[in-house]
Design a protein around this ligand. Structure first.
Ligand SMILES: NC(=O)c1ccc[n+]([C@@H]2O[C@H](COP(=O)([O-])OP(=O)(O)OC[C@H]3O[C@@H](n4cnc5c(N)ncnc54)[C@H](O)[C@@H]3O)[C@@H](O)[C@H]2O)c1
Length: 418
């Protein structure tokens, strides 16, 4: 009988498995994707920050992945780490949480601890997960089984902060549930932080990501204003960033990406809307952020005009298409909107990214450039979208083409900043 079943072996689930396994917990992973199950069992990682060698060590330590829900029967602890995305109309999509909870409920036994780790709006654990678990299993939360919510703070690719040393918010449906959840996480998390209840923990997670969302939108809008006013936004940010207190630095760019920052505030907005609460900050931030790719396209067209190249047939090279530096993840990357705007203007778009092997707009692949220097020689304009370590200021300054720098990395001749 496993100590822990981790449901969903993605960016959140796999690092959790790694820590639980190394703490000596008998851990099984349950995932509905056959590809993920087969890959992990064969020692292959599909998650940044977890290497193939890490997965091989996990498997050697007794971990295995399966797509068979019977593994949930009688598990002592079940961690739900499945995606919480958006529907086509931009509203919270809890279909995968529902499917995972249903599977967990079918195998639920007295004494089991079920923890939701997926990000969601306040009230999900108590109002969505609990009724499903209780109805299907016939057991009662807080009496027969324990129910908790503990949001994940994993930052894929971050070498300093991982599952073990990042403080982890833990909450329970009842005080006893919380106690049991704290005891569980204390086995492999150095600093569990008890919250008053599940709604506070759910809201804390949304606050953390909304804080980034709103502040990025703020500096983006400052950048738009500075562009119109002839003010160097990067110098503004450098100067303001020297304040040792009361100011946290955020940097403008082509927009926000990934499965958290653009998505989580939508969960908060939807919940607020359902309650008739007008969350004005969120709407304003969304408005600014959705304008940023268009701004980058507009600046590129201006740059082409300056160098006397017509947009139709111009060669535009995107540098870095992932949503953040030094990762391969292109989920929700603003590079898609930038590429699509440029294609609509008639440009021939290609990309260079040391991490991303395939980049496409729907079914239409964007050609990948090979060697960086050669790609820069062949382009009319290169747009630095992501400051991967490979892109150093000196070589971009030497680029024979015009460069539009959206990250404030390069400053020199032939380079236009955002
Ligand atoms: N990626 C991050 O950096 C991050 C950070 C903090 C929180 N989160 C949150 O954690 C949750 C999981 O995100 P992720 O990035 O790990 O997702 P992911 O897409 O990387 O992985 C999710 C995995 O769950 C599997 N899955 C889907 N439905 C399932 C089901 N019914 N049963 C079992 N497995 C199922 C998928 O096949 C996939 O392998 C989301 O709520 C996300 O918002 C993510």
């Amino acid at each position: 009988m496993p100590d822990v079943v981790v449901m969903g072996l993605g960016h959140v689930g796999l690092p959790l498995v790694q820590e639980a396994t190394s703490a000596g917990l008998a851990t099984v992973g349950y995932d509905v994707s056959e590809e993920v199950v087969a890959g992990v069992n064969a020692g292959r990682s599909h998650v940044g920050g977890v290497s193939d060698a890490d997965v091989t060590a996990m498997v050697a330590g007794g971990f295995r992945a399966t797509g068979d829900p019977r593994v949930l029967d009688g598990a002592r602890t079940v961690l739900i780490c499945v995606p919480t995305g958006l529907t086509a109309s931009g509203t919270p999509d809890l279909a995968q949480v529902e499917a995972a909870t249903t599977a967990a409920a079918r195998g639920l036994s007295p004494g089991t601890l079920v923890v939701l780790e997926s990000t969601s709006y306040p009230g999900t654990t108590d109002g969505f997960v609990r009724p499903l678990l209780e109805r299907i299993s016939g057991l009662r939360a807080g009496h027969d089984f324990h129910l908790a919510f503990s949001p994940q703070r994993i930052d894929p690719g971050n070498r300093e902060w991982g599952v073990r040393n990042t403080p982890k918010i833990v909450s329970g449906y009842t005080a006893k549930c919380a106690k049991r959840a704290i005891a569980f996480y204390s086995r492999f998390v150095e600093n569990p932080v008890l919250s008053r209840g599940t709604r506070e923990a759910e809201m804390a997670k949304l606050l953390e990501n909304t804080y980034r969302y709103v502040n990025i939108a703020l500096v983006d809008e400052v950048a738009l204003f500075c562009a119109e006013s002839g003010i160097d936004v990067w110098d503004v940010l450098h100067c303001a960033g020297t304040k040792p207190f009361g100011f946290a630095s955020f940097r403008p760019g082509a927009g926000v990406g990934g499965h958290c920052i653009p998505v989580d505030p939508r969960y908060l907005a939807a919940q607020a809307e359902a309650q008739g609460f007008s969350f004005r900050m969120l709407a304003a931030a969304q408005d600014v952020l959705t304008r940023m790719p268009g701004h980058v396209v507009g600046r590129t067209l201006e740059l082409l005009d300056e160098i006397d190249v017509k947009p139709a047939g111009s060669r535009v090279l995107l540098l870095g298409v992932s949503y953040k530096p030094d990762v391969a993840d292109v989920r929700e990357t603003p590079a898609v909107a930038v590429a699509s705007g440029l294609l609509s203007a008639g440009a021939e778009v290609s990309y260079h990214d040391p991490y991303v092997e395939h980049f496409a707009l729907g079914a239409q692949p964007v050609p990948r450039a090979g060697e960086l220097d050669e790609a820069l020689r062949e382009a009319d304009v290169a747009i630095l979208l992501q400051e991967h370590t490979e892109y150093d200021a000196a070589s971009l300054n030497r680029a024979p083409c015009a460069v539009l720098d959206t990250r404030g990395l390069v400053a020199g001749r032939g380079v236009t900043l955002l």
